[in-house]
Design a protein around this ligand. Structure first.
Ligand SMILES: N[C@@H](CCC(=O)N[C@@H](CS)C(=O)NCC(=O)O)C(=O)O
Length: 206
């Protein structure tokens, strides 16, 4: 049976658990990482030498990197609907997943760590404000991509919505400036209607 390791409050674990739930896959979820530890132990490092979450074991096939895991699950269970129909749509999906990990998280990391995981007296407000401004600018790219369409690729929900969708919950859930992005907001409201998003992504931001 598919086994997923990772703490539920990790955005990267949330992507995987969201995909698992959308696909209704039988699985076992083992909570490790952060305060739950274990990621530095030899048995875990043998699966993921990065000592990070998430990692999966699917019948002996071990994989880390959240976006790679989501794509793997989407393709191996393509009938579940997460796998985009065309090569171009899949390429665009990878584009946004890579962008979320690099550009978007590069800007948002200071905001998240500064406001959620740093005591008020220790916060670097200049870095937090700069990160918040850059994050808002970057979400403008998603706004532009979503204009005139309901989902990131095609006309239905796919894996292309998962990486940016998980990040969007955190952004909308935090007390930072949110420019008026009507297409992004409408897409986010569509995600909020999905039980799997509510169950695995819309958790307390900690
Ligand atoms: N690029 C990796 C990043 C993995 C990562 O940095 N995970 C964080 C949580 S979001 C982690 O493992 N932190 C240490 C821990 O939880 O013990 C992915 O997308 O899977």
């Amino acid at each position: 049976m598919l086994k997923v390791w990772g703490r539920p409050n990790s955005v990267n674990v949330q992507k995987v658990m969201w995909a698992v739930a959308e696909l209704a896959l039988p699985h076992e979820h083992v909570v490790v990482g952060g305060e739950h530890g274990q990621v530095g132990e030899d048995w875990y490092l043998a699966m993921n030498p990065n000592a990070r979450v998430p990692v999966i074991d699917d019948g002996g096939f071990v994989l880390w990197e959240s976006n790679a895991i989501v794509a793997y699950l989407a393709e191996t269970h393509a009938a579940g609907g997460l796998w985009p129909d065309t090569v171009a749509e899949r390429a665009i999906s990878h584009q946004w997943a890579d962008w979320q990990q690099t550009m978007l998280m590069g800007a948002f990391r200071d905001v998240f760590w500064g406001l959620i995981r740093t005591a008020p007296e220790d916060r670097d407000m200049a870095a937090i404000n700069a990160g918040a401004a850059e994050t808002a600018r970057l979400f403008g790219f998603v706004e532009a991509a979503l204009r005139g369409r309901d989902y990131i690729v095609g006309d239905r929900f796919t894996m292309a919505d998962i990486a940016v969708g998980a990040a969007a919950y955190r952004w909308y859930g935090m007390d930072v400036p949110h420019p008026d992005y009507p297409s992004l907001r409408a897409w986010y409201e569509r995600l909020v209607e999905r039980p799997a998003y509510r169950d695995h992504v819309m958790l307390p931001i900690t």
